[in-house]
Design a protein around this ligand. Sequence first.
Ligand SMILES: *[C@@H]1O[C@H](CO)[C@@H](O)[C@H](O)[C@H]1NC(C)=O
Ligand SMILES: *[C@@H]1O[C@H](CO)[C@@H](O)[C@H](O)[C@H]1NC(C)=O
Ligand SMILES: *[C@@H]1O[C@H](CO)[C@@H](O)[C@H](O)[C@H]1NC(C)=O
Ligand SMILES: *[C@@H]1O[C@H](CO)[C@@H](O)[C@H](O)[C@H]1NC(C)=O
Ligand SMILES: *[C@@H]1O[C@H](CO)[C@@H](O)[C@H](O)[C@H]1NC(C)=O
Length: 595
Amino acid sequence: MLRSRRLLFLLILLAIFATSVYLLRNQDSFEELPGLSNPLHDFTNPLRGHHAHEENPPLLPQRSLTHPIHRLITDAESTFQTVRARQSRSLADAVAEYRRRYKVPPPPHFDKWYNFAKRRGVELIDEYDTIYHALLPFWSLKPSVIRERTREAIGFDNALIAVMIRNGKVVKMDGGGEMYQWHRDATPVMLGNFIKYLPDMDLAFNIHDEPRVVVQADSLARHVSAGRKNMTLAYNSPSPRNSFSKRPSDLGDGMRIKDYRTTRFNKFAHQPTWSNSKLSCPLTSPARGCIDSDCHVNITAYSDQPLGFIRNTTAFSDICNSPSLEHIRLLRPPQRLRLSSFQDILYPSPWYYMDRVKYEPERDMPWAEKNATMYWRGSTTGGFSRDGGWRRQHRQQFLMKIQPQATSQILQYTPNTTSSTPEIGAWEVHSTPMTPYSKYFDIKFTFIGQCDPGDCDAQREYFGTTDPVNMFDAFQSRYLLDIDGNAFSGRYHAWLQSNSLVYKLAVFREWHDEWLKAWVHYVPLGLRGEEYVESVRYFEEEEGGQQEAKRIAKESKGWAEKVLRKEDLEVWYFRLLLEYGRLVDDEREDIGFGI
Ligand SMILES: *[C@@H]1O[C@H](CO)[C@@H](O)[C@H](O)[C@H]1NC(C)=O
Ligand SMILES: *[C@@H]1O[C@H](CO)[C@@H](O)[C@H](O)[C@H]1NC(C)=O
Ligand SMILES: *[C@@H]1O[C@H](CO)[C@@H](O)[C@H](O)[C@H]1NC(C)=O
Ligand SMILES: *[C@@H]1O[C@H](CO)[C@@H](O)[C@H](O)[C@H]1NC(C)=O
Ligand SMILES: *[C@@H]1O[C@H](CO)[C@@H](O)[C@H](O)[C@H]1NC(C)=O
């Protein structure tokens, strides 16, 4: 317990670029909360091709209707429509839904939050499970312990930004250095519209790109179950008080930050981090269970389709399912990934709030005028390459898969000649030369770096480089790729808002993941890459794909304009901080919002 407490000491680091944390994976599956898991629709029926919400459902040929991508799209679409349709329509509904999901009353001022969200036209008023999962283990700790550890964390040079809130104002901010001035500038602005409802508290924000808090699996499981028990105490409170308690005496007036002489953070610069990253994975998971160095990803966890098309992005981005991540060096520092196994609390990135990358519609063009290519430009970041290690890095692997001389896999339709209705057939995997398909890929490095000289030369020879480009050149392509690197790909929001279709290859999670759905708003890609070629070929060459690509591009644009606004960020942030304010309130069992 002592050890896990020490680790938990590191709490409350709000990972800087919107890290999403689904802690609970195996210990805490949503199956226990009735009705929460999305109904998995009948995806075995190939004839489901119609959408009730479409005006004129297009009639697609059999071959399109049976294609795995078509099925994934229709299933995701219908799940998403179900989620939209079931959103609460009144404060009373929202409170009931909250209590049903989390077995605890909403935090104080939930009515203020609800009105705030409604006024800003938030689309999904009930979907904030990410916050619940991130905070749950901390409920096992006394509020005073959490406060003390926060003070300790910000009282030492731990690369954290400290933000002190007193009487509804930010009274002090410190830490992070000059480079993060923009972060400090943005924080009070982001909080400005709701800070008057927040209790006095100290917050610590992680300035590093990578998450930093990880708890061993067995300890984590204990904290989660104790946390849930403590939450139940609050749930059973007969009539919770709708206000936060007075500032506790240990909190001070926020005018100065007490110095601490010791820190419990470890430094991992230029060391492999994989063995620490997987600490919180259960012993039975593939990541921990892999003993020799030749373990493979178990794709059945996230895919039930040929070529490994991703059905479940949560399972895919759970690094505990991926013993092979070590070998593709996704986790070698310097890294900036926000991973499933970490316990950092996620918050909306000021990067997005400050419009550091902005979509400019006048630089975009209609779908029909775009080139039929998948576009990506970037550098060889994602790990330092030595001794040919680049061959195992994920960006390089992507490029290798689509080289003209490579062999690729696609699906081919084979009509069933013995069937009485001969047009019924099946899609089968075929290996083929890449030549006829390489025209679809406009994917190039603009810079080769993070490598020993020999490795850099080898990569230059193998891939070549092209001149750096204006990011808006991308809009000439129908298909835009977004890949994890170790540099923040802040382009994602702008890509979604464009008239192009977005593909995302990512194991990290962000605050908005709950609101953006794979196969409805973007096409998810895996790390193995067998599906890369088919997932462009289908959209270009199959009748169903042509319609769907255009529609998804349009839907993602419309949806991004509705859910990725500054208003949405504020609403998410407001709710997180109300929850956090209750978590650190000494009377958290007795406070909350009730009707
Ligand atoms: C919460 O749970 C832990 C562990 O079960 C317990 O020690 C603690 O007293 C509980 N209550 C509060 C208020 O933290
Ligand atoms: C892969 O995972 C599934 C469940 O997700 C399990 O039933 C199966 O046995 C696993 N396969 C291997 C080879 O580990
Ligand atoms: C997706 O995977 C997660 C984690 O493995 C699991 O808890 C969840 O039930 C899965 N969702 C669906 C719809 O199968
Ligand atoms: C072809 O159709 C027949 C009759 O409908 C069926 O029994 C058989 O399994 C099908 N074959 C394939 C490869 O789907
Ligand atoms: C399409 O691609 C061609 C050749 O690659 C290029 O010259 C042209 O500018 C592109 N057109 C658009 C609209 O992007």
